[in-house]
Write a protein that binds this ligand. Sequence first.
Ligand code: ADP
Ligand SMILES: Cc1ncc(COP(=O)(O)OP(=O)(O)O)c(N)n1
Length: 519
Amino acid sequence: MTVPRVLAVAGTDPTGGAGLQADLKAIAAHDGYGMGVVTALVAQNTHGVRSVHVPDVAFLREQLDAVSDDVVIDAVKIGMLGTADVVRTVTDWLREHRPPVVVVDPVMVATSGDRLLDEDAAAAMGTLFALADLVTPNRAELAVLAELAGAPSRAPLSSLDAARLVASTWDVLVLAKGGHDEGPTADDVLVSPSGSVRRFTAPRVTTTNTHGTGCSLSSAIATLAARHGDWELAVGVAKPWLTAALQGADGLQVGSGNGPIDHGAVIRAALPVVPTTDVWWDDVGSLLRSTIECGFLVGLRDGTLDADVFAGYLAQDVHYLRAYERHLAGLAASAAGGRGPAAAGTAGAAAAGAGRGPAAAAFWAAASEGCAAEARDLHHRRLAGTHADDPVHPTCAEYLAHLQRAADSGSAAVLAAAVLPCFRVYARVGAQIGTAPDGHPFADWIAAYGDAGFAASSAEATRLVEEMAAAATPAERGRMARAFRRSTEWELAFFEMPLAVPGAGAGAGVIAAEASLLR
Ligand SMILES: Nc1ncnc2c1ncn2[C@@H]1O[C@H](COP(=O)(O)OP(=O)(O)O)[C@@H](O)[C@H]1O
Ligand SMILES: Cc1ncc(COP(=O)(O)OP(=O)(O)O)c(N)n1
């Protein structure tokens, strides 16, 4: 089955709620390929129409021809036409290039009360309807069309009778929309030229954000009719989609007047939720591969690493852990509501209370104590008499300076993102290395990397950072992402450091533009 190629011929709405912009969203929401020919440029927003500019009809014809000369059109939806000249131009083009599905939404007056079709143009609509499969008037538009079809203006017909008259007059299906009716349901009635009727009912949504419902419904129907080849199926699928879009409308917060419906509501509900920290993790995929494959870890895994090189690495790890321990303690204090990186008070994650509370504080405090114990153990047990007095290597110093900048940023969320790679990279390395055979020179170290308890800590740290990212402002989330990426780069540099050629500056190449990190 090919993706339906659906052309919308319509006016514009720069706020994206109605007209061509809404048409394209509705077509995309139904897995169609949307195309657009502009009949009128409308300066409007959620409060109403400010002005309308109708380009020369010769140019309109050029747009229409540009599409039909090149693309097979499976369906066309016709919306705002504006003037009688535009109606005639579109009608002439349609006569020559009639696609298999033609839906006309006879846009005359916007809900705001603004006219979108000249009075003399309404009369010209009849010839267009005769070329259409389906016409979708709202209540007021149906009354005008019924009059055009000969209904007496002094004794208005019921909606159903008006729809029957319009349908039989122009031999077209009519969907009489009930959005402006009252009652607990919003019912649309599909009437055929022979007078048969099918009612489509939906709960009425309590919202003032209904801008563009008619445009969106007709485009959805056109797309679905092109796919299913059946009008009742098309309306039956479009109607609950529109109801869901109305139910999501208040959440959009677009404009302060009658806002748009949420065209993405149904699709969004079906999309998998991708945790932010997973997005960050994928972003550093190549760094992780380089880390796993670096000479130091390969030597550690196969036991060929020089013992003195390893001791030199551990000496730097002790320097690192002592600072890292302080940052974890800072996070614990901040989570407990005391002094810490969030105390400087940025809006965002910390202000929203994310990643805070006694459990979070206890986690960071325990991690900090674990670090301190690890540093002591390394210093006394593995380094005694060897590298115990090694100065801080520039790579280690730069990594720590990066963590310090994160701590000084005033955002606990940014610091939490900066400390996270140490958890995650080590847990990943542990999982990758697996277990060492008996007698392996680095067996105890490899066991520490692969410890299940450490993997669980890494998962908990990730969960807390995820919570903070969810509550952060977009700007803060961006700073978190950069802090995480930069720390992961430093993790690689740290592993490369022991075998780096002196003077080559391990990691210096990867860590350019560090200064821009927390701006
Ligand atoms: N508050 C609402 N709750 C549910 N459906 C609605 C609501 N308002 C409009 N609709 C539906 O939106 C579609 C457009 O209807 P309508 O508002 O009558 O047309 P128009 O947008 O052209 O004025 C119809 O399917 C109608 O039933
Ligand atoms: C350019 C343009 N076309 C049509 C409309 C009217 O949209 P409609 O879907 O009928 O919804 P309302 O906003 O009138 O309820 C428009 N405003 N602009």
